[in-house]
Design a protein around this ligand. Structure first.
Ligand code: PLP
Length: 459
């Protein structure tokens, strides 16, 4: 391997960073005492190096955002070049990086979503999409899925359908949750994906009727829910949601913060809901929220892609919202370089191919061999392994919203063997950078295979 190693000076700097972190940095979603965060001293491609200088294969893409891999030279160069030219301007002024990023994004979004409002990340994108939907419809309620994640700010966390909402929910957010399709944990109601799709659409139809269609501004969902478990929707579900929205004048917001920009093997996950030939008859949401993969997280960036109709809603009246850093030059220059590079280097196609040929079949094989694996599911470079104590009862290896000694041991074993996974409750997600090679993917699978021995034993 001609990959770099960590120098003694870098290790010393890493140790100092750790000490300062524990003294001064307040961490997200955590009780602060007893935290032992991993130091990253270096990163390149699909690898990161920890505080001891050990190399780990990054099967997390950090926050499922480093789609193009770490330190891609073309993106780094674009940021440097933009910094030398123009670091910051007010959002009211035009700049070439932002204009070009908006064009590249609009060209990839389906239908007439040809206007882009830029934010600094995913939660802000969700905040603004909801605000646009409420102003456009004059209605207040928002429907969103249980088992979803939409961000950590006030509105976004209340829309979120996972336990992180609980402590932030004061009951007045105008948000109502519903059950999306999830056959594995919906087995008392449906036996097949077709039945599950039918059940989920009938349920949503009924929630809309009970909540008052004339009160509902938006239905928001992740085209493929990510953090909550990578539940690829059955064929027909997203089209069915589109139809329910059309029937009642409800805005359909597809949250593609995690699933967008190649993660599923397409630019946007909603493209998988297209007609049989994969091209015709697209399902077109009214708003798409994006962030993360748009520039692989090199500089904070997110946004909302807006349909012609909703954009026109603000032709004659002011859109009451904005951000100092909306369309920041460094962030949008990174987006231009990321999207261009991904297109020129066939990175989205690589995600689709390695997912279909190596990771998908490899995980299916692990599921056959390890009794701790309840289900593997996913698409492209977006995979979840659901760990259970008992395959028959499907009792999770860690409780919903919590951790367990067993799960902690499995994750620790992955790291010890040189793999950095994305773990959440009872799941391990295999979500590496989209540039991963067949060989690297196989190396990651071999480590998971070994770590799952620990899961099998600790059930
Ligand atoms: N929406 C989805 C689907 C996400 O996965 C996330 C983050 O994981 C967010 C919104 C929030 O994005 P951010 O953390 O950039 O605010």
């Amino acid at each position: 391997d001609d990959v770099p190693t960590v120098s003694a000076a870098e290790l010393v700097a890493g140790r100092r960073a750790y000490e300062l972190d524990r003294r001064h940095v307040f961490h997200s979603w955590s009780a602060q005492a007893g935290l032992a965060p991993m130091t990253i001293t270096k990163a390149e491609g699909c690898y990161v190096w920890d505080g001891e200088g050990s190399r780990l294969l990054d099967f997390s893409s950090q926050m499922v955002n480093t789609n193009i891999g770490h330190q891609h030279p073309r993106v780094v160069a674009a940021i440097v070049e933009q910094a030398q030219k123009l670091c910051t301007i007010a959002p009211s002024h035009v700049n070439d990086a932002r204009s070009e990023a908006a064009r590249l994004i609009s060209e990839r979004t389906p239908g007439d979503l040809d206007k882009v409002f830029f934010t600094n990340g995913g939660a802000e994108a969700v905040e603004h999409a909801v605000r646009m939907a409420r102003l456009h419809t004059g209605r207040r309620k928002v429907l969103s899925r249980y088992r979803s994640y939409h961000g950590g700010t006030d509105t976004a966390v209340n829309i979120t359908g996972d336990p992180r909402r609980w402590a932030n929910d004061y009951g007045d957010a105008g948000v109502v949750h519903f059950f999306g399709p999830f056959l594995y944990r919906s087995r008392f109601y449906a036996d097949t994906q077709e039945q599950e799709c039918e059940r989920a659409l009938a349920h949503l139809d009924e929630v809309v009727a009970m909540e008052g269609p004339g009160q509902i501004a938006a239905i928001i969902l992740e085209s493929v829910p990510g953090t909550a478990g990578i539940m690829v929707p059955p064929p027909g579900y997203l089209r069915g949601v589109r139809e329910i929205c059309d029937r009642h004048g409800i805005v359909f917001i597809a949250d593609e913060v995690m699933s967008g920009f190649g993660r599923t093997g397409r630019w946007f996950a909603i493209e998988h809901a297209q007609g049989g030939d994969g091209e015709s008859d697209p399902v077109v949401p009214d708003l798409i929220t994006f962030a993360k993969g748009v520039n692989s997280g090199y500089v904070p960036l997110g946004g909302v892609a807006i349909s012609a109709e909703i954009a026109a809603s603000f032709d004659e009246r002011t859109y009451p919202g904005g951000l100092t850093y909306s369309g920041h030059p460094l962030a949008t220059a990174a987006a231009v370089a990321t999207i261009t590079t991904m297109a020129e280097e066939g990175i989205v196609e690589n995600a689709a191919r390695v997912g279909a040929e190596v990771i998908g079949p490899g995980l299916a094989e692990l599921a056959r061999r390890h009794p701790s694996v309840g289900e593997v599911r996913g698409i492209g470079m977006f995979w979840a392994i659901e760990l259970v104590r008992d395959r028959a009862t499907r009792e999770p290896l860690a409780p919903y919203g919590g951790t367990s000694e067993s799960m902690n041991t499995v994750v620790a074993e992955c790291k010890r063997l040189g793999l950095l996974p994305f773990a959440n409750y009872n799941r391990i997600h295999a979500v590496p950078p989209l540039i991963i090679t067949d060989e690297q993917a196989r190396a990651g699978l071999a480590i998971l295979d070994e770590a799952l021995e620990v899961a099998d034993r600790s059930r």
